[in-house]
Design a protein around this ligand. Structure first.
Ligand SMILES: Cc1cc2nc3c(=O)[nH]c(=O)nc-3n(C[C@H](O)[C@H](O)[C@H](O)COP(=O)(O)O)c2cc1C
Length: 190
């Protein structure tokens, strides 16, 4: 698949087949993540690869707890019918953990210290695109409490669990999504 097809083919998947994925594919996806740019090349990411069913059940329970809490807080009806069972069936979940200390010169700026998150997001997107190019499906998942995720996976309190990348083969085709015309989002200053 050429580069632009990979970008357009990637879709968020919320229905994974339970069959395991190759370790070699996971390694390629992590390698792709590690080539993302970062402030001062600080590489502020760490990856925790979860294939253990018991741990996936804990992540699912945490997602469910947050879904119910968010439903109550927001009143958004769609949260009432947003099943998170895919967290149990996805064969591999990679938690991306960021290090706020590795954030570059923006730490001295008034609205700073987002560099580490931006770098981790670049790494996460590389993971999704690598998965697509390997014929896998994926989801960027953030419906969890950071403290709870630190406890589930034994993460240092100074580090920030930023996202789960769910990986596997789709059980049914992911829902197509649309994009606004990029021209509506672009200003040229010539
Ligand atoms: C920062 C971020 C957080 C997201 N968190 C979630 C999430 O918690 N649960 C979920 O189902 N999708 C999540 N998504 C996926 C988006 O819903 C999805 O990318 C968007 O609806 C567009 O669909 P597409 O990825 O299929 O094009 C997240 C995406 C991003 C970039």
């Amino acid at each position: 698949m050429d580069f632009f097809s990979v970008i357009k083919e990637r879709r968020s998947c919320r229905n994974f087949l339970p069959e395991p994925i190759e370790e070699a594919d996971i390694e390629k996806i992590l390698e792709a993540a590690s080539w993302a740019p970062s402030p001062l090349n600080s590489q502020p990411w760490e990856f925790i690869v979860v294939t253990n069913q018991e741990v996936k059940e804990k992540i699912y329970a945490e997602g469910e707890r947050c879904r119910k809490w968010a439903l109550e807080k927001s009143g958004w009806k769609w949260l009432g019918s947003y099943p998170l069972d895919f967290l149990r069936s996805t064969p591999a979940i990679i938690l991306v953990v960021g290090d706020p200390k590795k954030t570059g010169v923006d730490m001295f700026m008034e609205e700073g210290s987002v560099g580490y998150q931006a770098a981790c997001s670049a790494a996460i997107q590389n993971m999704h695109l690598a998965a697509t190019s390997l014929g896998l499906n994926s989801l960027w998942f953030t419906l969890f409490d950071k403290k709870a995720m630190r406890e589930i996976l034994g993460i240092d309190p100074g580090k920030t669990p930023l996202a789960l990348v769910c990986l596997g083969k789709a059980g049914s085709p992911p829902t197509p999504t649309l994009r606004k015309d990029v021209k509506e989002k672009t200003t040229y200053i010539r």
